[in-house]
Design a protein around this ligand. Sequence first.
Ligand SMILES: Nc1ncnc2c1ncn2[C@@H]1O[C@H](COP(=O)(O)OP(=O)(O)OP(=O)(O)O)[C@@H](O)[C@H]1O
Ligand SMILES: Nc1ncnc2c1ncn2[C@@H]1O[C@H](COP(=O)(O)OP(=O)(O)OP(=O)(O)O)[C@@H](O)[C@H]1O
Ligand SMILES: [Mg+2]
Ligand SMILES: [Mg+2]
Lengths: 160, 160, 165, 165
Amino acid sequence: CTEKFLTAFAAIAHEFQDLFLRLFGGGATELKLDDPTNVLESGIEINVTVPGKRNQNLLQLSGGERALTALALLLAMLRVKPSPFVVLDEIDAPLDEANVGRYSEVLRDFTRDTQFLIITHNKGTMEAADVLYGVTMEKAGVSKIVSVRLADHREPVGTG
Amino acid sequence: CTEKFLTAFAAIAHEFQDLFLRLFGGGATELKLDDPTNVLESGIEINVTVPGKRNQNLLQLSGGERALTALALLLAMLRVKPSPFVVLDEIDAPLDEANVGRYSEVLRDFTRDTQFLIITHNKGTMEAADVLYGVTMEKAGVSKIVSVRLADHREPVGTG
Amino acid sequence: MYLKRLELYGFKTFAERTDLEFGPGIVAIVGPNGSGKSNISDAILWVLGETAMKSLRSAKSTDVIFNGSDVRKALGMAEVHITLDNADGALPTDYTEVTVTRRVFRSGESEYLINRVPVRLRDVHDLFMDTGIGKQSYSIISQGEVDAILSTRSEDRRALFEEVA
Amino acid sequence: MYLKRLELYGFKTFAERTDLEFGPGIVAIVGPNGSGKSNISDAILWVLGETAMKSLRSAKSTDVIFNGSDVRKALGMAEVHITLDNADGALPTDYTEVTVTRRVFRSGESEYLINRVPVRLRDVHDLFMDTGIGKQSYSIISQGEVDAILSTRSEDRRALFEEVA
Ligand SMILES: Nc1ncnc2c1ncn2[C@@H]1O[C@H](COP(=O)(O)OP(=O)(O)OP(=O)(O)O)[C@@H](O)[C@H]1O
Ligand SMILES: Nc1ncnc2c1ncn2[C@@H]1O[C@H](COP(=O)(O)OP(=O)(O)OP(=O)(O)O)[C@@H](O)[C@H]1O
Ligand SMILES: [Mg+2]
Ligand SMILES: [Mg+2]
């Protein structure tokens, strides 16, 4: 068990560094066990440095930096143990335009093994999607799916 | 003390209803003391109904509905006890385009008594502002204020 | 294995039978505030066997049943079907397509089915064990939850890493 | 009374002396992720006497001092001045303009000044008592905090209402 955990931990730490570099364009990460002598119960510490800045305590990160760091960790886990589909509900809400672009670019790399269902209000993310489902309430309080756009013809079909 | 609290409570409840109607275009609100026999220690219950829907438990509200409900309560308190300035840090992040419009319209009504400093990534909110301050990092890790746009001439000054 | 279809009927705001087909790649779900987007994500979490009501923004198990609106009466049942393509045999069953169904009635009674055969909740959990789907926390990130990965205490983060191991 | 000016020097990412002038109406603060927008809101909370480091995304009092970057060395002090117009006499002092200053040094020592006169933190709190500014929770809403107003337990909500009473 210890063996298995340590192997997975090391693999996640490696992928986390790679994905953090992709999302931030630089910087460094470190995943550490709080108590390496007690592998099966120890907590996990996360340290990151955003490019250009000094070592930061996770608390000091900005809203957007936190969202990208959490995304890098999630995707690192996905690399080590892929999941057939992933649902992400408005994780792009704190991101500025440039980071929305990086976010959708990096997700694209994962689409060979994983389907993504992305809930968003962000135009940049919508443009990066292959299919767009619109949800609306034509009758009060009742949800209805109204339109499907396929990437090849960019015009939404029947958004009426 | 009890007297003062009950008067303020009733005033907030009244304003909350008014502002909720403005932000949602309908619906109903209720602020109740959990234990009316013990005014000075009782907790406060908040019930709202979004237009078109049945009575909802606060838990069921959507991300955007929660943000607008919290905003209505904040502004209700501001009406009862005005503050010379208010800082709002990305409270428009969960809102769709239509609600961003309502949010900035309602804020406009408060500008006679209150200055607002609004941190945002949302173009709709930026357009509603009188002055725009840009913050950037020309030198790594060091913040700099780069531009001020005055509402009368919409072009940002010296955004270089 | 991939997600082919999701059908909702009576689940939260989906008072009418609603069918969503999925293909490979990135599917974006968009719409105004309160229209029902996060309810779709809740429906997936629920049909895969989630029992913690708090993760479904609910207080009790029947809160997921459509409780009426100005134009429609409340319903007596909520039902969700999720269909997965299993041509690659990733799920421990011989079927090339697997549909999991979950129902809850006003009485509080629940039903689970795999390919229309009634099963227990345990069987649904066993079906998805170690496949990367289901209750595991890094495949369904609810609204506002992404930050929780960083802000939990270092002991809580462990559980996330253990799911990968 | 209104906010006229904010000056930061050595506070978080504001390593260089930075001056923001304010007028009536709505001022929007915009910029890329991590550029320093929320640090401005933290600076206002701090200069008005906030002592709970958690509300400033800090662990200890000296965390607000610029701790260096690739191009600049760490500084030894953080300083913020806030200037309010008091022509309407809302603040309990005869000055028509009031500037509150707060400083913290690497040693952990703090200084507070009102119109350049050294005072105690208590004096800053007394100055703003009942004026609608300062630590009161509904006038400064930090990033991600707006939801807390609805999600706190009903007893915690009370504190918010009491500030208005
Ligand atoms: N059992 C139920 N019956 C009827 N309506 C319900 C039920 N449960 C939740 N709702 C309603 O669903 C709505 C929330 O939907 P949801 O959270 O999916 O919105 P959303 O599209 O994600 O919006 P946002 O963009 O604001 O996040 C609420 O208005 C809530 O009252
Ligand atoms: N004492 C300090 N010295 C140097 N840098 C600091 C200090 N304290 C915080 N920072 C840095 O400030 C940055 C965060 O700034 P801030 O939260 O203001 O960003 P923001 O503009 O609000 O971004 P977002 O749009 O993502 O919310 C972090 O990168 C953090 O490392
Ligand atoms: Mg939602
Ligand atoms: Mg911020």
